[in-house]
Unconditional design. Structure first.
Length: 205
């Protein structure tokens, strides 16, 4: 089902160079860093920086997962952007992890190990990042050719458990479940349900 404006939207989207997607995608990181150095991140700037990077990682992960259903239900084609969106997700996830390891815990490995074992949400977040790592490494066309389309697609199904774990991590970070966290978790639940429903329809005789 294509919406009436989809052809014009797709023509405009095809004119957008991928480096521009990267540029706009990295602007939130720049804004956070400017806020850090100008004192605009509140009473606990390192926590705000860490949270901001993690939040943007989750947002770009949801955006990358939404590309296919957006095309299917509206006809708007962002497939050219999907790789960039996925890599932006990984980039922000890496920044989130780096701030936690370096600025928050200052590479105190004993404390890092205790956090991983005693705080389930940290282990869940770390597992989500580990699942995303091979997807980032194999995101290139060269990796696709080397692995073959079938093996590559199977590997990249890890995006879905990574997304579920990332949403769970975000929900568990707060002591209460805030509306924002529930909205993101709901988005991932909806996208997962759409994928499962489509898979069931394709397998049905």
């Amino acid at each position: 089902m294509a919406l009436s404006f989809a052809p014009k939207a797709n023509a405009a989207l095809r004119a957008v160079p991928i480096p521009l997607v990267w540029l706009f995608g990295l602007l939130p990181a720049l804004w956070l860093l400017v806020g850090l150095f100008t004192g605009r991140l509140g009473a606990d700037p390192l926590k705000a920086l860490e949270h901001g990077f993690g939040l943007h990682a989750l947002q770009f992960l949801i955006a990358s997962l939404a590309v296919t259903p957006l095309l299917r239900f509206s006809g708007v084609n962002l497939m050219r952007w999907r790789r960039a969106l996925g890599l932006l997700c990984f980039t922000y996830g890496l920044l989130h992890l780096f701030v936690w390891l370096s600025l928050d815990l200052q590479f105190r490995w004993g404390e890092i190990g205790r956090d991983l074992t005693k705080r389930p949400y940290i282990m869940i977040g770390m597992t989500a990042f580990v699942l995303l790592l091979p997807l980032a490494v194999t995101s290139s066309d060269r990796a696709l050719r080397a692995m073959g389309p079938l093996r590559w697609r199977r590997l990249h199904l890890l995006t879905w458990p990574a997304a579920v774990l990332a949403a769970l991590h975000f929900l568990m970070v707060g002591k209460v479940w805030e509306a924002e966290a529930l909205i993101y978790a709901g988005c991932i639940a909806l996208l997962s349900a759409l994928r499962l429903f489509r898979g069931m329809r394709l397998r049905s005789p």
